[in-house]
Design a protein around this ligand. Sequence first.
Ligand code: GLA
Length: 397
Amino acid sequence: MEVVGSTKIPAVSELVSKAKAAFVDKFGCEPQCAAYGPGRVNLIGEHTDYNEGFVFPMALPQVTVVVGKKSEGNVCRVLTLAESVDEPKYVEFPVPSAETPLKPGSPKWANYVKGVVANYIGSVVPFDAVVVSSVPLGGGVSSSASLEVATYTFLDALTNGGADVSKKDKALACQKAEHEYAGMPCGIMDQFISVMGQEGHALLIDCRSMEGKLVPMNDPNVVVLVTNSNVKHELTGSEYPTRKKQCEVAAKVMGKKSLREASMKDLEEFKEKLDDVMYRRARHVIGEIIRTEEAAKCLEQGDYTRFGKLMVESHNALRDDYEVSCPELDELVVAAMEAEGVFGSRMTGGGFGGCTVTLLKKEAVEKAIQHIQKRYSQTATFYVCPPAAGAAPLSLS
Ligand code: GLA
């Protein structure tokens, strides 16, 4: 759908053509296989995944594509076309073995690829590859998970492997790659949705049982607007593990395995034993888990008004109790909520910059974009995003 003021999202086939041409240019032959992994936007359920709670993301039409070919020798050679990568775009590393184990290092973007190669379930062969992506980098919409999952799916295509490995195990291998090679102790949401997303659906993931429930999201009169604040405060890296730790401590104080097991009643009972910060962190998580389960039901029933209210409650709790928002995200949410036809809006992803997600009437989207841009102190980028499909191999013919 063409929407004035929004950025056109390139088709996967366009990205493949670009990657193919770059591959021929760099490696002097045609690539043999290709795969993609999508970014994601989380509708609600933020900072709940590592607390064994619920999350409710959908896969985005913005994807990372990997094309490539088996190569001779023992070396993997990878080129990225990502424009904002302020580092060398080309890297070589050995196929991991006892003598040549892989290690994270520089350039940073390649750590996601290396991490997946190191954690791939099956044996990796040497390859040449080109990576291209339409997922905004550092935008809180999982550019890293999309690269991990695209790489994993590419390796499946390259080795004809993966048929006997569950989607869950593939997602967990990609999460491990991020933990070990990017040093980010993330939850499972991003990799799960990138692997398991389905067109026209959001996915309610129970991060305790690790089961997902697809919820149809295909009302032609309602759209999801992703707004990139185009700011990134350098806090996520340090603040994320701190939040995670605070949650673990709060759960422990309450005698629970995780905050998923705690209720608001438990929280009030233990209020005296928790310091103010820990109390507020736990209040966000416990409340957000409840909101997320309810929001999924609202979507099933087409109750967008209630869904939107829950989104705003989520944003406010992330801003005030969890303290992971920032003035730019707050501005975007306030502006969105002033526009006509908007049900709800909130920051999405880890926070401290990146994107907001807004649910609104389709007929209202152009005016809403105009209004948000007018009120926002910086320049935002807007994407109208239908729920897309999870990772898959691609045909190159
Ligand atoms: C990042 C992490 C996810 C999740 C979100 C916050 O995107 O990768 O696992 O914790 O932050 O909801």
